[in-house]
Design a protein. Structure first.
Length: 308
């Protein structure tokens, strides 16, 4: 692929639940057109798409979205988790109302509605249970959020899934564990129990691009549009949708701006939807996901043409 991209190249895959179908379409077209990355990082659905990239399974993604099934992913199993979680606040923290509202939200987020066992099953069936060697020579960073430390928690894999501080499948599940939806993944570190949750969509501290230090080009693939910063929808589920969309969009914006802290001064490109994707962030309906997938392919082709 002849382009303006200077090597080494980093690929950053943002989160977004079912909107990851858009991202899957993007990376499929990038791969088909010879795009290669030296360092890959992702959180939430971006971590799952990152795994597909590392194991050269991007060509399988369309088939996965064609067969995705809400009922197979979401098994109702309410549970409570005693952890000091603090959600990212997307509204001004002024006055008693805002204070109590944020405290109530934090308490509610300790409750989760669904089991993560189906997610584990899907990933084990897809990737296997044993040590795996990446099909590409890549460093892969899976980004989660540590509740106790109130900071991003990154697990890095150098060409294979072993020799890291967290089991690979555990890391992928943790990165996708949206509070109130899926339970956290618990790990032990130096005798301390840590709760790992969705790695960027929820956390108080923002992920930055320092992990790509040494790269001269970084391509970010976001599932959020600029319109999601002010997305509003009525009702209980609408409130959840609006909140997560705004948080994701804000994180993407801050991650992009963090390029100034990368000492190798990379050129950062971002591929994202021009408009808000017209479905729910946890709506894994095949027909809707395929529509977003094809839109992602279109956006990737447009990006490739621009950098020729």
């Amino acid at each position: 692929m002849n382009s303006k991209l200077k090597k080494p190249i980093g690929l950053f895959l943002c989160g977004g639940g079912a909107f990851g179908s858009f991202q899957s379409g993007v990376i499929k077209k990038l791969a088909e057109n010879g795009f290669e990355a030296d360092v890959v990082a992702g959180f939430s659905i971006g971590a799952l798409n990152g795994a597909a990239w590392c194991f050269d399974k991007v060509s399988q993604l369309k088939n996965i979205w064609e067969k995705v099934d809400n009922s197979a992913i979401f098994k109702f199993s309410p549970s409570y988790h005693n952890m000091p979680i603090e959600l990212y606040k997307t509204y001004p923290q002024d006055g008693l109302f805002s204070y109590f509202k944020s405290k109530i939200e934090d308490k509610i987020s300790r409750m989760t509605l669904f089991s993560n066992k189906p997610v584990y099953s899907i990933l084990y069936n897809w990737l296997g249970r044993h040590e795996l060697i990446f099909n590409k020579k890549i460093t892969f960073h899976v980004i989660t959020h540590c509740v106790e430390r109130k900071m991003p928690y990154m697990i890095s894999y150098e060409g294979k899934t072993s020799d890291a501080k967290v089991n690979f499948i555990d890391a992928l599940v943790a990165s996708s564990s949206i509070p109130t939806v899926f339970p956290p993944v618990k790990i032990k570190e130096r005798g301390e129990t840590l709760h790992l949750v969705d790695g960027g969509a929820i956390g108080v501290a923002t992920v930055n691009l320092n992990m790509f230090d040494g790269c001269k080009s970084i391509v970010m693939v976001s599932n959020s549009s600029d319109y999601d910063l002010n997305y509003e929808k009525k009702g209980f589920l609408g409130y959840f949708e609006s909140r997560v969309r705004r948080t994701l969009a804000l994180h993407v914006q801050k991650i992009y701006e963090s390029q100034v802290f990368v000492s190798s001064s990379p050129k950062v490109y971002i591929i994202k939807p021009l408009l808000s994707l017209d479905s729910g962030i946890i709506d894994f309906t095949p027909s809707v996901c395929l529509k977003h997938f094809h839109y992602g392919e279109e956006c990737a082709l447009k990006f490739l043409k621009e950098i020729e």
